[in-house]
Design a protein around this ligand. Structure first.
Ligand code: HEM
Length: 89
């Protein structure tokens, strides 16, 4: 099972966290990342799914982290598995 604390939180570095926290994107806040509420075109878990759409290839622009280096395919897959597994803590 993919876990936020063990697998997802470590994908974000200090720059990611500080840049995005200023914009209200709380990458290090499990409750924000796993909020089941939909919105912005997402039926559910809008926060976590929007983050995914910015880090995956061919997703929302500009791809995050801004300027790269972008996530490896394995890291993108891990995040996908975290979503598929129900956004576990
Ligand atoms: C909801 C998802 C996200 C949105 C809408 C978003 C949006 C943005 C925008 C608009 C900027 C440009 C800010 C500016 O120049 O004023 C930015 C910068 C940045 N974002 Fe994101 N971002 C998202 C997720 C992420 C994620 C998941 C990461 C890391 C994996 C990330 C890392 C960064 C970094 C490092 C910068 C550059 C900050 C700087 O150097 O000033 N962002 N983001």
């Amino acid at each position: 099972m993919v876990s936020y604390a063990a697998d997802i939180r470590p994908l974000f570095n200090a720059r990611d966290l500080s840049c995005m926290r200023r914009k209200g994107v709380k990458l290090d806040d499990y409750r924000w990342m796993s909020d089941p509420t939909g919105g912005d075109g997402y039926d559910d878990h809008a926060n976590g799914r929007m983050v995914f759409d910015f880090v995956r290839p061919d997703g929302s622009e500009p791809r995050m982290p801004m300027g790269g280096p972008y996530w490896e395919d394995a890291q993108v897959r891990l995040y996908q598995q975290w979503m598929d597994g129900g956004f576990q803590p």
